[in-house]
Design a protein around this ligand. Structure first.
Ligand code: ADE
Ligand code: ZN
Length: 346
């Protein structure tokens, strides 16, 4: 089905959840420069345009180098608040009803920023967005896989007071950063401890790394969702397992094209994964770096792949069902989606 104006309008207006979003990846160049000035941080780029021009990535690592440089402007609780507030405004505009947001505390604690500064700033903006726009949210702490497991264990200890405690949205852990050469098994001990603590578990796997990393994430980390996971398409047994075990994939189409996982959107395997019965969702990953927020990802995907409106409803429903909210909240959000669908059909 071609991307008609009517289909585009429906995709944009559809209630949906975002399950794969790095909050540091929402820092737009203008905000990076504003925070650099406010905090007197020197940036290796002379202007907003020069920074934007540097966003010509060849692979995941070439992106991560710039992404960590951009995050270096974040110092105070207000910085984390301002960043998160800007994203939640975008989320509201995209009709996101629920967001599960990654953050990378090691990127900040290694620069002397406290866990409290990071979490409190982000949570303040999330509470405000819930009060203002009714968008619910959860936070997921990601361990940086290029660092040693002992760093991750230390980070977990520092974050313990914020997990699942009264009023906090921090419910789970993930694994991100440079995938190749840093397999999930490197983090078996820290994830075992997270499981014992009753935390929700996800991990990036099969973005650039091989299908074996997805098997490992399932077997050793016991992930409940796989972030990216697009390389599962290379492994028939893995496809069958992901479908059977109803493990959702949080796929990020614009990210995959920008980081050269696929040469262009027409080659993206999202539709094939969906047709194989996998619980695929569409997400934006690092929207300030990859050319678009969640609705831009829906539009680019539907423009390039031969998918139907039914596929969009399936993925929106998947996004609510694969989320870490309780069953009553899920029913409410799926109900909202069904109401929207019924209203469109009239
Ligand atoms: N950190 C931020 N975005 C990431 C991605 N797409 N893969 C791995 N680590 C990341
Ligand atoms: Zn990611």
């Amino acid at each position: 089905m071609p991307l008609t104006p009517e289909l585009a309008r429906t995709l944009c207006a559809m209630p949906k959840a975002e399950l794969h979003l790095h909050i540091e990846g929402t820092l737009e160049p203008e905000l990076i420069f504003r925070l650099a000035e406010r905090n007197r941080v020197a940036l290796p780029y002379p202007s907003v345009q020069a920074l934007r021009d540097a966003y010509a990535f060849t692979d995941l690592q070439s992106f991560l180098d710039i992404y960590y440089a951009g995050a270096s402007v974040l110092l105070t609780e207000d910085d984390f608040y301002d960043m998160t507030r800007a994203y939640m405004q975008r989320a509201a505009a995209d009709n996101i009803r629920h967001a599960e947001i990654f953050f990378d505390p090691q990127t900040h604690t290694s620069r002397g920023v406290s866990m409290a500064t990071v979490v409190n700033g982000i949570e303040r903006a999330l509470a405000e967005a819930q009060a203002r726009d009714g968008i619910t949210s959860r936070l997921i702490l990601c361990f940086l896989r290029h660092l040693p497991e002992d760093d991750a264990l230390q980070t977990l200890e520092t974050a313990l007071p914020y997990f699942n405690s009264h009023g906090h949205r921090l419910v789970g852990v993930g694994l991100d950063s440079s995938e190749q050469g840093h397999p999930p098994n490197k983090f078996a001990r820290v994830f075992e401890r997270c499981r014992a603590l009753g935390l929700r578990i996800v991990a990036h796997a099969g973005e650039e790394g091989p299908p074996e990393y997805i098997h490992e994430a399932l077997d050793m980390l016991r992930v409940e969702r796989v972030d990216h996971g697009v390389r599962a398409i290379e492994d028939e047994a893995l496809l069958a397992r992901l479908a059977r075990e109803k493990i959702a994939l949080t796929v990020c189409p614009l990210s995959n094209v920008r980081l050269k996982v696929f040469d262009h959107m027409g080659q993206h395997t999202l539709h094939q994964l969906l047709k194989r019965g996998l619980a695929v969702t569409i997400n934006s990953d690092d929207p300030a770096y990859f050319g678009g927020y969640l609705n831009d990802n829906f539009l680019a995907t539907f423009d390039a792949l031969d998918m139907t409106l039914d596929d969009a409803y399936t993925m929106a429903r998947n996004s609510f069902e694969a989320s870490f909210i309780d069953d009553a909240e899920k029913r409410r959000l799926v109900g909202e989606l069904e109401q929207f669908r019924a209203a469109q059909a009239q």
